[in-house]
Ligand binder design. Structure first.
Ligand code: ZN
Length: 167
């Protein structure tokens, strides 16, 4: 019981540490006028890929943070599967990214804020690979407030329905 609790706490600390790295990526996106979503991929406790949304810079609607992070992780791994890896992303992946994470057979996905409009779980949780483990809500407040900052600065709207609400 004690050991299990201790392991869980250690894992939570690790998750928060890497989610902070994903948040750093998200802030970089903000600097570039991109939607504030960041992602990192880790393997054996080391970051092997990272990215943030680049849809504006690349003129590519598919240039989501997860896509960029997993592509760079695959390059680092020299392989197309990320079954030993964890992807951390500040906002719940969309169906496209969930599909890509499925193709990569991603071992684990950790996300911060839910996305009630475009999150994959709104469509079908089975978009992910059956062996992929999911943890949601890590640093949720920070992840979603960064999104809210983005939308309110971009569109000057009040509490937006675009930004993912807390919890
Ligand atoms: Zn996506």
């Amino acid at each position: 019981m004690y050991i299990a609790g201790k392991i869980r706490r250690t894992m939570e600390n690790t998750d928060e540490r890497f989610m902070r790295e994903a948040l750093l990526q998200a802030r970089e996106a903000l600097d570039g006028g991109e939607i504030t979503i960041g992602a990192v991929v880790t393997c054996n406790g080391r970051i092997i890929g990272k990215g943030h949304n680049m849809t504006e810079r690349l003129h590519d609607a598919t240039a989501h943070a997860e896509m960029i992070a997993i592509t760079s992780a695959m390059e680092a791994m020299g392989g197309k599967y990320l079954d030993q890896c964890t992807l951390y992303v500040t906002v719940e992946p969309c169906p496209m990214c969930a599909g890509a994470l499925n193709w990569a057979q991603t071992g684990r996905i950790v996300y911060g804020a839910p996305d009630p409009r475009r999150g994959y779980s709104m469509f079908s949780p089975s978009l992910l690979h059956p062996r992929t483990k999911v943890s949601a809500g890590v640093l949720c407040e920070e992840c979603s407030s960064l999104m809210k900052d983005f939308f309110s600065s971009k569109r000057n709207i009040q509490s937006s329905s675009d930004a993912s609400p807390r919890g």
